[in-house]
Design a protein around this ligand. Structure first.
Ligand SMILES: Nc1ncnc2c1ncn2[C@@H]1O[C@H](COP(=O)(O)OP(=O)(O)O)[C@@H](O)[C@H]1O
Ligand SMILES: [Mg+2]
Length: 361
């Protein structure tokens, strides 16, 4: 069943177009991520879904009804924002109960809901405390508890973890994912953090300048980015972009890669369909993990910087005059200044058109 559909939604403030024709359709139970750099329009879209802003044109459907003219409180949604304002004079129990109180839920049922939510979020021992007596993570949990207590059709989260320190953010991320797996609710979740997007979402909309650049599963977006922007935005360290020309050698189509020595020819997989493109300029996209170190069959590269991260080591070097990062096993990683032989694995390589910046094939 369709849980949320956004149809041709635009939004302008004055004569500035912020959202330029957004289309999204998700099923009940899906976890949708809106990800993109700051200012791309994520919160504006979220506010339109919530009903805090009206679209300039287009429709928002929640469940089976158009909600353009439905007030936020009647949309059957619950929101958790970055600045999760709790009522400072109320204790945790009263904060969680607030939405139930206003909807006149009977007292016994309220107690039941609060107990269930508090148990789920492990905040039972905090129910009597005021927000000022809680840590940032605990407050965040209470804000989520308040949303969960309402049992809405749709949860909206707008950068709910960005005020937390790194360690707590990772913990809360896992908790939100667990909650989703347990409750199977529909969630729309805004973040500018691509790791959060990849780890939480089952559908990701990558946005830039008010336009959805790509909509797909995390793996689709990682493996087959629609354009250079998406390819560079998702993944850390970023995908390497290496300028090349399609060449032919012995009837095989490929590209030449050059480090310190002579250029070395590498065949491209058939999947990329580059017949008819011989001589054309392309940008080869290779993720850092698509390199290996080997004694033979590689490109001789001068290593500029070696960055051990523990499980992997990042080698910063150059191919075809462009900076690249290779992620290799730490065991035999070369030191800065040394030459090493890097073997690109082109099986998962992607190609982009330098003019249109979109993926080829
Ligand atoms: N009420 C408003 N009036 C004018 N401009 C706004 C308003 N709200 C947001 N904007 C502008 O719209 C753009 C997108 O903002 P926003 O949706 O908050 O981005 P994001 O959440 O992706 O960081 C920004 O350039 C912002 O300045
Ligand atoms: Mg925002």
């Amino acid at each position: 069943m369709g849980a949320l559909a956004i149809k041709n939604v635009t939004k302008s403030f004055g004569d500035t177009d912020i959202l330029k024709g957004i289309n999204i359709d998700i099923d009940a139970g899906q976890f949708l991520i809106l990800v993109g750099p700051s200012g791309c329009g994520k919160s504006t879209l979220m506010n339109i879904i919530a009903g805090l802003e009206g679209p300039t044109s287009g429709e928002v459907h929640i469940g089976d009804r158009v909600v353009n003219n439905v007030a936020p409180k009647d949309r059957d949604i619950a929101m958790v924002f970055q600045s999760y304002a709790l009522y400072p004079t109320m204790n945790v129990r009263q904060n969680i109960a607030f939405g139930l109180e206003t909807r006149k839920v009977p007292k016994a049922e309220q107690d039941e809901i609060i107990a269930r939510v508090a148990k789920m979020l492990q905040i039972e021992h905090l129910l009597g405390r005021k927000p000022s007596e809680l840590s940032g993570g605990q407050r965040q949990r209470v804000a989520m508890g308040r949303a969960l207590a309402r049992n809405p059709k749709l949860f909206l989260f707008d950068e709910p973890l960005s005020n937390l320190d790194a360690k707590l953010r990772v913990e809360m991320r896992a908790e939100i994912k667990q909650l989703h797996q347990r409750l199977k609710t529909t969630i729309v979740y805004v973040t500018h953090d691509q790791i959060e997007a990849m780890t939480l979402g089952d559908r990701i909309a990558v946005m830039k300048d008010g336009v959805i650049q790509q909509f797909g599963s995390p793996q689709e977006i990682y493996d087959s980015p629609a354009n250079l922007f998406v390819a560079g935005f998702i993944g850390s360290p970023s995908m390497n972009f290496i300028p090349c020309h399609i060449a032919e050698q012995g009837g095989v189509l490929g590209v030449a890669l050059q480090g310190e020595g002579e250029p070395v020819f590498f065949a491209l997989p058939e999947r990329l369909n580059v017949q008819g493109r011989v001589g054309q300029a392309v940008i080869l996209g290779l993720r850092p993990e698509q390199f290996d170190q080997a004694d033979a069959g590689g490109v001789a590269c001068r290593i500029r910087i070696t960055e051990p991260t523990g499980p992997d080591t990042m080698l910063l070097s150059q191919l075809n005059g462009r900076d690249i990062i290779a992620r290799v096993h730490p065991r035999h990683a070369p030191a800065a200044g040394e030459l090493c032989s890097l073997v690109p694995d082109l099986r998962k390589a992607v190609l982009f058109d330098p003019e249109t910046q979109t993926r080829i094939g």
